[in-house]
Design a protein around this ligand. Structure first.
Ligand code: RB5
Length: 147
């Protein structure tokens, strides 16, 4: 069973709840890393919670949502071993897994609607890393983390 750790800031609390509800359609374990209210919080704190959880369990993946998804993706990509992809549609979500082996999916509550969110989640969960020539490129990304 796929484990998904999900987090958001205050700007995406409602979309996080909608995403958690939508994920019930899939056989996956969902862990809500917060935030848990509408009080203003700082998105890097929740990016850190989700990234740390994903790095602890290599079989898990993460979803991070903020207003645009930009802050979450920038913060998440600071973690060695995290490949966070900011996706706006099903195509980018599918390719993020197939070619980039992304282990964190990011999107923005203020930049996409609930319908798009569902198609993004569907595409993400139904795609697998293709490996092959893409593995060498992922290895090169890992090398960049040491610079
Ligand atoms: C919060 O207002 C907003 O800046 C945040 O949710 C996110 O969009 C940052 O990238």
């Amino acid at each position: 069973m796929e484990k998904i750790v999900i987090g958001s800031d205050h700007a995406a609390i409602e979309m996080k709840s909608a995403a958690i509800a939508y994920l019930q359609n899939y056989r996956c374990e969902v862990i809500d890393a917060g935030a848990h209210g509408l009080d203003r919080v700082d998105y890097p704190d929740y990016a850190a919670k989700v990234c740390e959880a994903v790095l602890r369990d290599s079989k898990s993946s993460g979803i991070l949502i903020c207003g645009t998804g930009i802050g979450m993706s920038i913060a998440a990509n600071k973690f060695r071993g995290i490949r966070a992809a900011l996706c706006h549609d099903a195509y980018t979500a599918q390719m993020a897994r197939k070619h980039n082996d992304a282990n964190i999916l990011c999107f923005g509550s203020r930049s996409i609607g609930l319908g798009a969110m569902e198609t993004i989640i569907d595409a993400w969960l139904n795609a697998d890393f293709e490996g092959g020539r893409h593995s060498a490129r992922i290895a090169k990304i890992a090398e960049l983390e040491t610079k």
